[in-house]
Write a protein that binds this ligand. Structure first.
Ligand code: AMP
Length: 122
């Protein structure tokens, strides 16, 4: 599906420097920063700098360079935060039923406590 991108979303504002963020890593095509309402001791969001709404939009439409940079940025943040030692979870919500709050692609990196089962019914 073709997505339309809302450039007034909060992550677009972060990328334009209009609101602050707690940066963990910045690369040519990606930015990682701490979630403002952390749900685990480690809770980092990784976003591409390009205007992509969600994961399938990015995976289908981003350049090879952006995809490589973004994938490596996620790996680098995992390494920097040491999440592999005890385990971690990556989440990327999309759309209404995916309960995506901010319509700019982001992967949540969560770690530092037992995260429970992947989904609860309801
Ligand atoms: P999602 O529900 O997957 O769209 O998640 C959006 C995430 O963005 C939530 O975990 C929010 O806590 C987080 N968030 C919203 N605004 C900010 C902000 N200004 N800086 C950092 N994280 C934010």
């Amino acid at each position: 599906m073709a997505y339309s991108y809302d450039d007034q979303n909060i992550f677009a504002k972060i990328l334009r420097g209009e609101i602050p963020n707690d940066t963990v890593l910045e690369t040519e095509h990606s930015l990682a920063f701490r979630d403002i309402r952390p749900q685990a001791p480690t809770h980092v969001l990784v976003i591409p700098k390009g205007a992509y709404v969600c994961y399938d939009d990015f995976a289908l439409n981003a350049s090879d360079a952006e995809i490589l940079d973004y994938t490596r940025a996620i790996g680098k943040v995992c390494e920097m935060e040491g999440v592999a030692a005890n385990g971690f979870r990556l989440i990327s919500n999309a759309g209404e039923e995916g309960v995506q709050e901010v319509p700019h692609l982001h992967v949540h990196i969560l770690a530092g406590r037992s995260l429970g089962r992947m989904l609860e019914r309801g």
